[in-house]
Design a protein around this ligand. Structure first.
Ligand code: NOJ
Length: 939
């Protein structure tokens, strides 16, 4: 625990400073296991010594499970030990450590695990006495990260050859082959006949095996150091008891013919990952980083240990493929990346403080397929409430019922649509979650009912830290579901309420008790109250590195050290289940916002990028952060518009809303000390600019919801990096300030710099239509174009070849748009082709899972015909709303249109309809068609 002086300092920092206090977090050199593993890898590079080999007698292929079991043996040769005072002590005997491994093939993926046979270490265990801790390494991360509903079969091995020093394995279609080397343990993976990846290529494999502190030196390899093995001398984590001493796992992966790697959110850094040679590795360790540093590899609130590599073999054009390394470990993790441009290989080194090695390596032909495969395993993003992809109005804090209802009515009076209003921390009675401040919110149900009239929702904050000593925390103690300290009694730390306990949602009983709290707090019949799980890294004001002591104990006897990065997921998943249960009568989809996340969080929550600052740099950074989360399977993300802390200037607000309207999660939020900035308070022209932008978001909801659905089925990003849609263009590999909206053809580059009224955008060959004017721009070869963007315009194009759907009339909320007709915008390609689709359901319940959805597609052929085709019709059409199309806008582009009418065929009737021929566009009003029947429009 830290002194009360530091506590005061920290809380002052939370309120006043404008930059993250770096010194609170460890650098690699200050982290015992990171320091040791980098030290080891440097020495091994020189010595080239190998200490790990596969015991061929242990090879056991289980044909029932299709898993290969074997043991890798770590041999610590006998060597002389030099003690601190330079005297040579005894030479130890060779030591052999058994590391059981498994190898299996999933669909286009290889899974490799390595554990440690700790139970057979009687020599060490007899000195190890703890009733509180499990002696095993934590191997349950996949229980949280894998989708429990996934049914990816483990493939049979087609080939399993045991040769001298090599085991050859291949999957059924032989797209993946492995060579597992025995003497010097390493695994080569071939994809489609080509060497694609090597595990333990550089011999950085390191499993710090169980040992006694007194014998530590005897257990070290000559290349190893003992830095902070049984103690932690970092200023803020000195109290760590490190009961197992050093227990890290590390492995290197070389990506062959790959020069660009992405992923491993969350970092406030570029989309393309940087080389870490000579600098800090990327760190994945969920922590509270108020006003985090930018262009930084420092850890943040969430962790998805998935690294995506693009592989290009310059000698063969067709030899492009994509790999994904999923390092399924929830402990503190550092990743070194070294691009080796001469050899066209990228070398990566993963180091985790504890747990097992459990890695899944994917191979696919395209980046989009990689997202699909990764989310086949970890789960598809939930299809959210349609309303939750509207606009969210939040601030810390709306003070009372009147405040909320004033914001509500002012938004309406100023024609600014919104769907969700939020209550931050202070709505509670003295920061006791599951209570309401009595005088400010005397009748929450009444407030909810008032909001419900327009289909609006309220979100309240409930964090996993529970104030000590009130009925909720007492209940936690009685049921023994609080996270424990290393002595086995409930851990007490400091967070918003002061002294607090933390719910242990690893524990089934903990989940049940958490659920019961919600059952008493939420209302079954007023189902528009949703939950925000903040501070769930967990953030602990007096804890090391702003978080939990690593020797806290969770259910099953596992230390915080091993489960840390997945804790936030256990909380928000448990919250999701609780909300789902109470709304089960109306079948309403829950909405949960989480700050902390891990692989798999996409199944049950939305996320935001935490405590940013109202400056241009944070606006800029919000784009690559959103893109990275999207490609790592968790696309429902946004950043606080227009910056959490500080008071943004008018130009920044305008540009931030113009960028924020593309965030999948679009929420304005502000720090308690910042000035009020609800959009109706702005002076003109800002007020109109922001209103028009929010209205534009609502117009595009049908297209956006279709993208969310696509993502919920395939796991693809919603906001998509340029290279994802067009991996054939290397020039796009580092573009991260411009993006597509999924496969809709919408192409955007938000302005993220002050006083910029024009920008350069990169275009691949084709035709593009500026959204507002539909002015065409023909691009013959990949090039940069200057785009003019005065403050009331953002660079927004539709790429030729696409058809998008909109609902144009301003309404106060998404619910009220349900009875409005649709418009189509057709953007033909150079040869007059275009395609689009729309997915619709009730936007509200899970009925879409039982076929209650509408799926309709559009196609323009040869510039002279548009066809509409119904793919799926729900039984209950009324719930879906108006399905008529009352306007079709066709960008003229290259096409020569000279008729005054078009012929329309729907069902058995044929009729003609006038075309309004305007500059750049043709407009067909009231064509009399809908989304229920097939139709054709002939020019
Ligand atoms: C920290 C969150 O990041 C921020 O959004 C919130 O306003 C404060 N906690 C207060 O609850």
């Amino acid at each position: 625990m830290l002194s009360s002086k530091r506590l005061i300092c920290l809380s002052l920092l939370v309120v006043y400073s404008f930059a993250f206090t770096d010194y609170l977090l460890k650098k690699c050199g200050e982290s015992g296991f990171c320091n040791r593993n980098r030290f080891y890898s440097n020495n091994i590079l020189n010595s080239k010594n190998n200490y790990y080999s596969l015991d061929e007698t242990s090879l056991n292929f289980d044909s029932n499970s299709n898993i290969l079991y074997a043991n890798v043996i770590k041999t610590i040769p006998s060597h002389q030990i030099t003690t601190d005072n330079d005297t040579i002590s005894h030479s130890n005997e060779e030591l052999k450590i058994t590391l059981p491994i498994t190898i299996s093939m999933l669909d286009s993926a290889v899974r490799f695990t390595m554990d440690e046979a700790r139970s057979e270490r009687h020599d060490v265990l007899e000195d190890f006495s703890s009733d509180l801790l499990s002696i095993q390494r934590y191997n349950e991360t996949s229980n949280w990260s894998f989708d429990p509903k996934n049914n990816i079969p483990i493939e049979k091995f087609l080939k399993f050859n045991q040769l001298k020093n090599i085991v050859e394995i291949s999957n059924e279609d032989e797209s993946i082959k492995l060579n597992v080397y025995q003497d010097q343990f390493k695994i080569e993976i071939f994809y489609k006949g080509k060497l694609a990846m090597v595990l333990n290529d550089r011999l950085f494999l390191n499993v710090e095996h169980l040992r006694n502190e007194d014998d530590n030196d005897l257990n070290l390899l000559p290349e190893e150091s003992s830095f902070n093995s049984f103690e932690d001398n970092f200023q803020y984590s000195k109290d760590d008891t490190l009961p197992f001493g050093p227990e890290s796992v590390a492995l290197d992966f070389t990506l062959i013919d790959s020069t660009h790697v992405y992923g491993i959110p969350e970092h406030a850094d570029s989309l393309l990952l940087k080389d870490t040679s000579g600098s800090e590795p990327y760190r994945l360790y969920n922590v509270d980083v108020f006003e985090y540093n930018l262009d930084s590899k420092m850890p943040m609130y969430g962790a998805i240990p998935l690294l995506i590599g693009l592989h290009n073999d310059d000698t063969h054009q067709d030899n492009q493929f994509v790999s994904g390394v999923f390092w399924n470990n929830a402990a503190d993790t550092w990743i070194d990346i070294n691009y080796n441009n001469d050899l066209q290989n990228t070398k990566t080194h993963w180091m985790s403080e504890s747990g097992i090695i459990d890695t899944i390596i994917f191979f696919t032909n395209s980046p989009l397929e990689l997202s699909k495969k990764f989310t086949d395993l970890t789960g598809k993003p939930a299809l959210p409430l349609l309303s939750s992809i509207g606009y969210h109005q939040c601030r810390w804090n709306y003070n009372d019922e009147l405040d909320v209802l004033t914001v509500d009515s002012e938004m309406d009076r100023n024609h600014i649509p919104y769907d969700f209003i939020w209550l931050d921390l202070e709505y509670t009675d003295d920061r006791k979650y599951f209570t309401w401040k009595p005088n400010s919110f005397p009748n929450p149900k009444r407030l909810l009912q008032k909001l419900q009239r327009l289909g609006r929702n309220l979100v309240v904050l409930i964090d996993p830290h529970i104030k000590n000593d009130y009925p909720i925390s007492n209940e936690m103690i009685v049921n023994d579901v609080a996270v424990k300290n290393h002595k086995g009694t409930p851990f007490i730390g400091i967070c918003w309420p002061g002294k607090s306990l933390w719910i242990d949602t690893f524990n089934q009983l903990g989940q049940k008790i958490w659920n019961e709290f919600f059952q008493k707090f939420l209302y079954e019949n007023v189902n528009n109250l949703f939950i925000w799980n903040d501070m769930n890294e967990p953030s602990i004001f007096d804890g090391p590195e702003t978080s939990a002591p690593k020797d806290l104990i969770h259910s099953g006897g596992f230390e915080e050290r091993s489960v840390h990065n997945v804790y936030g997921l256990t909380v928000h998943e448990s919250t999701y289940e609780s909300v789902k249960q109470i709304y089960s009568k109306s079948d309403r989809r829950p909405f949960i916002l989480t700050r902390s996340f891990f692989a798999g969080s996409q199944r049950t929550a939305a996320v935001w990028t935490g405590d940013n600052v109202a400056t241009w740099d944070y606006l800029r950074m919000s784009i690559p952060m959103m893109l990275t989360n999207g490609i790592a399977g968790f696309p429902f993300i946004g950043s606080d518009v227009a910056g959490f802390s500080g008071d943004p200037e008018m130009e920044l607000i305008a540009r931030w809303y113009q960028a924020g309207m593309w965030y999948p999660f679009f929420r304005a939020h502000a720090h308690i000390d910042s000035k009020r900035r609800e959009p109706y308070l702005f002076n003109e022209p800002l007020k109109s600019i922001v209103r028009d932008i929010i209205q534009l978001r609502y117009k595009l909801l049908p297209t956006l919801y279709t993208l969310f659905h696509e993502s919920s089925v395939k796991g693809v990003p919603i906001v998509t990096p340029m290279f994802y849609n067009k991996p054939q263009y290397k020039e796009l590999y580092s573009i991260d300030d411009q993006f597509y909206m999924g496969d809709s053809g919408i192409l955007v580059k938000p302005i993220v710099e002050k006083k910029v009224e024009q920008t350069e955008m990169i275009f691949t060959p084709g035709i593009y239509y500026e959204y507002y004017s539909l002015t065409p721009m023909i691009i013959d070869e990949l090039k940069w174009e200057t785009i003019i963007t005065p403050l009331n315009r953002l660079p927004f194009f539709i790429e030729g070849g696409h058809i998008i759907t909109t609902r144009d009339k301003y309404r106060r909320s998404s619910l009220l748009m349900q009875n409005d007709p649709f418009s189509l915008i057709v953007a033909p390609s150079m040869n007059g082709a275009a395609q689009g689709k729309i997915y619709l359901d009730d936007g509200n319940t899970f009925e879409y899972l039982t076929e209650e959805y509408l799926d309709f597609e559009f196609e323009m052929i040869n510039g002279n015909k548009i066809i509409g085709k119904l793919n799926h019709l729900p039984k209950n059409l009324e719930k879906i709303g108006n399905l008529s199309i009352n306007k079709i806008i066709i960008a003229k582009g290259q096409l020569a249109f000279n008729q005054e009418t078009v012929t329309i065929k729907q069902n058995d009737s044929t009729f003609t309809c006038a075309i309004i021929n305007e500059e750049n566009r043709l407009v067909i009003l009231n064509p009399g068609i809908n989304l229920i029947n097939d139709w054709e429009i002939i020019f």
